[in-house]
Design a protein around this ligand. Sequence first.
Ligand code: ATP
Length: 856
Amino acid sequence: MKISEQDIKKLQGLSAVAAAERLKKCGYNELPSAKKRSIIKIIIEVFCEPMFLLLVACGTLYLILGDVEEALMLLGFVFVIIGITIYQENKTENALAALKDLASPRALVIRDGTEKRIAGKEVVPEDLIIIKEGDRIPADAVMIWGMNLTVDESLLTGESVPVRKNPSTQIDPEITRPGGDDLPFIYSGSLVVQGQGIAKVLNCGLNSEMGKIGKALLGIAEEKTVLQKETGKLVKTVFVVAAVLCLTIICVYGLVKGDWLNGILAGITLAMAMLPEEFPVVLTVFLALGAWRMSKKQVLTRKVAAVETLGAATVLCVDKTGTLTQNKMSIEKIFSKNEFYDIKDSSINSLPETFHELIEYGILASKKDPFDPMEKALHELGRKTLYSTEHLHENWNILTEYPLSGELLSLSHVYKHPETGKYYVSAKGAPEAIFDLCHLNLQVRDDLAVQVNVIASEGLRVLGVAKAKFNKNELPQNQHDFEFEFLGLIGLADPIRESVPQAIKECYNAGIRVVMITGDYPATAQNIARRIGLKNIDRIITGPELAAMNPAELKDKIRVVNIFARVVPEQKLLLVNSLKENGEVVAMTGDGVNDAPALKAAHIGVAMGERGTDVAREASAIVLLNDDFASIVAAVRLGRRIFDNLKKAMAYIISVHVPIAGIALIPVLLGWPIVLYPVHILFLELIIDPACSIVFEQEEEEANAMQRPPRDSGEPLFGKRILLLSVMQGLFSLGVITGVYKIALMLGQTVTEARTLSFATLIISNLCLILSNRSWSRSIISSLFVPNKALKWVMSGALLFLALVIYVPFLQKVFHFATLHSLDIIIAAGAGILSVVWFEIVKIMSVKKHVELLTN
Ligand code: ATP
């Protein structure tokens, strides 16, 4: 079935009820992909964790030693650890699953007579889908209307040359396969390279051609990020050091004391104390939850790496229309036959005769039922001012379209008069392109350029309009071969988004440059740039100038020029590469098919969720769900917060492991009674795990997060300064705990009493480390006023459990503890607090001296 353009408006599509019924019957239009990990799988993974294996080894040893209670206690902990891991993993998985849902392809369908954007998986057989350039086709379908449609079916056929589609060819759907020109069938997963069309869905999900060959569409790419690699290396190093130390302990114990079993126990305790298992966990949790937090700010993360790179961005390259402006056009000024006319009043209902033909042909050069806001504005003005004239041609159908191209920024529509059979041609586009089509001489062009500037310098987008008649039978290949006559100029206003000027200010404060790259006219771009507060906008480079420039010259000029106008999408790649060569970390926005290479090349490709094509989305690292520039800035802010928190969490992990490992190691080496057993380490892990993964993840941003320059993209997570400060924090804590232990022993306390006292000191010191590391610029006291829900739970939970293991007789026995008296509690608290005082002083000094501690 093929329909005419005239009938498109009448299409009803399925009703919402019918669609829901079909969805129920046929299921979602999706292919089985990697399912969420099941709980069983997570448990199996936990069983393979080194920490778990160490626990089992410990339990077995205790059984061999005949210590059943201790063995059971360890086993009990195993369940708690499995519980925590499942909770964490579930949170991560849920965050990722929610993102996947958001990232799944969308489809534009006609239902109940209106166009609706729905998730691709909700498309059902018999749905009417509207497809256009850059879309991925959501299901197998047969075209009922189309214009210049070509489709890339290489995913199905392996053939990279796009194929032409033609709705009028009649063929039995049973016998067709992907590939081959001029067929009416389009297939799920293939890409619209050019043109547009409407199609009726035949097969969905597993019944589609794609389903038959069992290929899943590209989902969220999960590749290893720089941080993951860096952390991987660190984990390996710590692992090797820990292994060597453990073996040493076992040998020392075995050879010197001849007590191999206890030697192995001490070795395992040390291994558990040093195991760097938190690093990768923290990274995964932070990146996944970071992506989830971004989605709440209307930013969808397609590549996890973007979460970390965003905070380092030094240049944001943005297109103008739709990102900085609202992409809601209205006509404000027109020019024809040497006269200007201002249409500032929206209630206007007539136009002077001089301008009738200009609007008439403007509308003819637009689609009948347009998506394009400029074309919508033309129709709107026509409806209001020409309804009683002979200038509206509802019953004319577009015979042929000459599309807009990078070489010629204008398009033409050809109509055949229903009665006379004569051809009428209308063109609209960039004024220079229209002058070209009209073959105007230089003098006329120069005169008109003055009028164009008058309109553009008011921040309006300017379109030229022309008309032609054609009497021959065969239409020419090229728009240039018509005899066009110039009709006039149309100035369209596109209001800037309200949030943009503030967001631009934030960028400047944060040391980020903003560069406008637009296809629009230079004077228009400059006016908008001024209104949004862009700096250094006197110099503009245009697309043609860019084309004539050599790379060295561009590399030099791009350091200062902030507006690139009349740029075609293909040139964006040049700009990205040039900025990258200058050492910038580039975020680049884009929406069209031709933007894809630049989006891929940029450090952070940013696609538009509303306007953007599927191709642009697939090439980008993040997608702005609301197309708003301010969302990019919000994402940068969040990126900086996540990176800071990651550093704090990692610093805390390092600092807390030093006293634990130290207090496990020192007594063995110095021949003192042992302080820590595996059960103590497990207790500590129960505080450390949620602290580093949840407390630090939730931490608010540092006050100056958007007041400092972007971090160096090569900056490692553990620079020398951060590493040094973390180890020092750990050493201070270790010093205090060891001191408390030794002095207690010297003062005649029993080993059990001294152990209890030093363990309590260790816990208080650990809690102080958490508090102190929450911010590297605020003191502990001022941090207390910054809310953090998880913190309260971790702190009170830790203190409660500490009280339980010290005062509940059964637990006291398993933990080898004695009862603490009030003086002991004061000593433990005082010593614990003392261990972080020096770092608090360092923080205050650094703020006074404007030294950024959290950078390297
Ligand atoms: P940005 O790149 O900031 O989104 P833009 O929308 O102006 O700006 P393009 O879409 O590349 O960029 O358009 C470039 C120029 O092509 C426009 O300024 C206009 O002159 C012309 N043009 C674009 N779309 C149409 C159209 N539908 N009809 C006529 N001319 C058009």
